[in-house]
Design a protein around this ligand. Structure first.
Ligand SMILES: NC(=O)c1ccc[n+]([C@@H]2O[C@H](COP(=O)([O-])OP(=O)(O)OC[C@H]3O[C@@H](n4cnc5c(N)ncnc54)[C@H](O)[C@@H]3O)[C@@H](O)[C@H]2O)c1
Length: 300
């Protein structure tokens, strides 16, 4: 990768896209971005050329200049919302990806890096999910993410890809007003605002929480590494139960009460990722959940 390469970030006003943008700008890379601002509330840096449009309509791509790399983070990212509007979810997650593939091939981009999700796995019997397991998504969201992954594979002779199956990303920049997206931000927001957390589903559910800084580092390293056409879990491999997460949040926000509610549609019981492939390629040390949560609260 060269310093003069042009990097397109989709979902640049979102939680993860905005953080990656900031880091790339701090390293003097040439960045431009797209977002339709449907869920993204983060301020887009004035240092980049910004295009506000919906990626699911290819007509809009006329406005975009050529790029060398595509970091594709735009999408609808709530499993629950995907059941309300499966067609909308398909447009935002899959049609948008297909349009970007077409655009990437047209401008001979070197690589597209895709934000997929642990939701593609569904509930499998294995303790840890590795990339070779057969995915069995439980939500419309998981299905649309998996379809995008498969389209990337189909067109990989013309456009190199890396797919990151991200697990539960958390940290500053998450939208604390959106109570349908992001387990940590939903719980923290409720604890801070009302000292009351409504938990939808079992306390025994297991998650793999990864701090935003770790995610940003890996995405940026992946631009520089010579790896292509790989699907990689982006997670810590550490299991945290919902019960334990609540204990940690209660320590940070004393006096918080927990109220149990019925579970959300398509919610997974277990999702811990196998990190062998990730660690082999990136040799990364992860921020522990206790440290990440503390940092998150300080920066709210
Ligand atoms: N946050 C997580 O824990 C997590 C885990 C796994 C995968 N992901 C995936 O990573 C990506 C980024 O997640 P996030 O947490 O930053 O979500 P986010 O909602 O904060 O960001 C997504 C951004 O995409 C924009 N967008 C959505 N549809 C669009 C469209 N059709 N055209 C243009 N812009 C559009 C939204 O306005 C938003 O700014 C998403 O694709 C999500 O599915 C996130």
């Amino acid at each position: 990768m060269k310093k003069k390469d042009r990097i397109l970030i989709t979902g640049v006003a979102g939680f993860i896209g905005s953080k990656i943008c900031k880091k790339l700008l701090s390293k003097n890379f040439i960045v431009f971005g797209v977002d339709d601002l449907s869920t993204g509330k983060n301020q887009v840096s004035r240092k980049i050329k910004f295009f506000k449009f919906d990626l699911s309509d290819y007509k809009n791509f006329k406005k975009l200049p050529k790029c060398d790399y595509i970091l594709h983070l735009a999408g609808q990212s709530s499993g629950d919302v995907s059941f309300d509007d499966p067609v909308g979810d398909l447009k935002k997650n899959t049609i948008s990806t297909l349009n970007l593939i077409k655009y990437g091939i047209k401008c001979k981009a070197k690589k597209i890096i895709y934000a997929s999700s642990m939701s593609v796995y569904g509930d499998l019997k294995n303790k840890k999910y590795d990339e070779n397991l057969e995915p069995k998504p439980k939500s419309c969201y998981g299905v649309s993410k998996l379809a995008s992954e498969n389209y990337l594979k189909i067109f990989s002779k013309k456009l190199n890809y890396i797919t990151f199956r991200m697990f539960n990303v958390y940290g500053p920049g998450q939208d604390l007003n959106n109570l349908r997206q992001g387990m940590v931000s939903i719980y923290l927001a409720q604890a801070i605002k009302s000292k009351k957390i409504i938990v939808k589903g079992s306390f025994k559910r297991i998650r793999d929480f990864i701090y935003i800084d770790d995610v940003v580092d890996i995405w940026i390293k992946s631009l520089k590494k010579n790896i292509n056409n790989e699907t990689i879990n982006l997670c810590t491999g550490k299991a945290t139960s919902v019960k334990n997460l609540l204990i940690l949040i209660k320590k940070l926000v004393p006096g918080t009460k927990i109220i149990k509610y019925r579970s959300t549609r398509g919610d997974q019981q277990n999702s811990v990722g196998d990190t062998k492939k990730l660690v082999k390629i990136f040799k990364h040390k992860f921020i522990p959940i206790e440290v990440g949560l503390n940092q998150f609260l300080k920066l709210i």
